[in-house]
Design a protein around this ligand. Structure first.
Ligand SMILES: Cc1ncc(COP(=O)(O)O)c(C=O)c1O
Length: 306
């Protein structure tokens, strides 16, 4: 029987507390229903902004330094002045967590756009009022069901761009390329899209980094065309520390179909097993995926210990 997509890489257990959240909007903590930005906002009009997804464990932000490094680098790349320093952003995250009485199993989306525009056109000089900073923080325990069942992938023709166009390393608000890849995959009955690089090598999915396990080796694409995922980097480092052979290399769809296991990485879901790709099934959860997931869980515990 063909598998159909039922999971997403961002499934979380339903939590009624999320209906009553306080959202950070430019220094104010407002009830979710009142948390709005202008229809003139550069993020709404153009997808002109950058963002980070971060997790709170034990009252501490996991790998916060790495997330802030990536955010400031992205902001600099698009010539966006965040208007706050690292300490200010860390305090905004902590204040939002406190306003929501949050400590554990929390996911924050920290977004910075070029702010409201004087007129509804592209010219960045029309964004004259300073940036818009929003933090949406939700109670979010990744679904165990996604881990047990795994996600269904379909390879799609919408591929990663060259760095000369919209550098796919940039965590920009505009994710249209990734969204179109996901639409393609979902029309094919899958949950998530497996995307190629411009040379036809397997690269990433539309919202997570991608790994395969072949003959006891862990392979992931080179970082040339994917998001430099923080979870990806941690998994590579953990493999090295634990004598698990790991390679950042080019590989094809044929080699991917021939893998024993495949998994995705991202801050939200940590490691999510892949159940099938284009109808080729994989062990779920594969033994090495489960081992890496346990190592990562321990790393996060150490990173956020009091
Ligand atoms: C396209 C894409 N790939 C991968 C990731 C995972 O990155 P990280 O592990 O830093 O959450 C993200 C997360 O924002 C993403 O948008």
């Amino acid at each position: 029987m063909p598998q159909t997509g039922k999971s997403t890489t961002h499934d979380a257990a339903a939590d009624p507390r999320n209906a009553e959240l306080r959202i950070y909007v430019n220094g104010r903590l407002v009830p979710r229903a009142e948390a709005t930005v202008s229809v003139y906002d550069s993020g709404f009009l153009l997808g002109d902004g950058v963002w980070e997804g971060i997790r709170l464990h034990n009252g501490r932000w996991a790998f916060l330094g790495e997330h802030l490094d990536r955010l400031f680098e992205a902001a600099r790349a698009i010539d966006l002045d965040i208007g706050m320093d690292r300490a200010g952003l860390a305090k905004a995250l902590d204040d939002t967590a406190r306003a929501n009485a949050m400590r554990d199993n929390v996911h924050a989306r920290l977004m910075v756009t070029r702010g409201p525009k004087a007129r509804p056109f592209q010219d960045p000089r029309l964004s004259r009022s300073g940036p818009t900073v929003v933090i949406i923080m939700e109670h979010s325990q990744p679904s165990e069901e996604s881990f047990r069942r795994g996600v269904v992938l379909a390879s799609v023709p919408v591929h990663r761009g060259l760095p000369l166009t919209q550098d796919p390393k940039l965590n920009s608000h505009s994710k249209l390329n990734c969204v179109l890849a996901a639409v393609h995959a979902q029309k094919a009955g899958a949950d998530e899209a497996l995307m190629f690089d411009p040379h036809g090598f397997v690269n990433t999915t539309n919202s997570c980094n991608f790994f395969i396990v072949r003959r006891g080796e862990v392979w992931t694409s080179t970082a040339d065309y994917c998001m430099p995922g923080i979870t990806r980097a941690k998994v590579i480092a953990l493999c090295r520390e634990n004598a698990i052979p790991v390679f950042e290399r080019n590989f094809s769809l044929v080699e991917t179909y021939g893998a024993e296991e495949a998994f995705l990485t991202g801050t939200f879901g940590a490691q999510t097993p892949v159940a099938s790709i284009d109808g080729r099934r994989f062990a779920v959860p594969g033994p090495l995926t489960a081992r890496i997931r346990a190592l990562y869980k321990e790393l996060v515990r150490r990173n956020t210990a009091g």
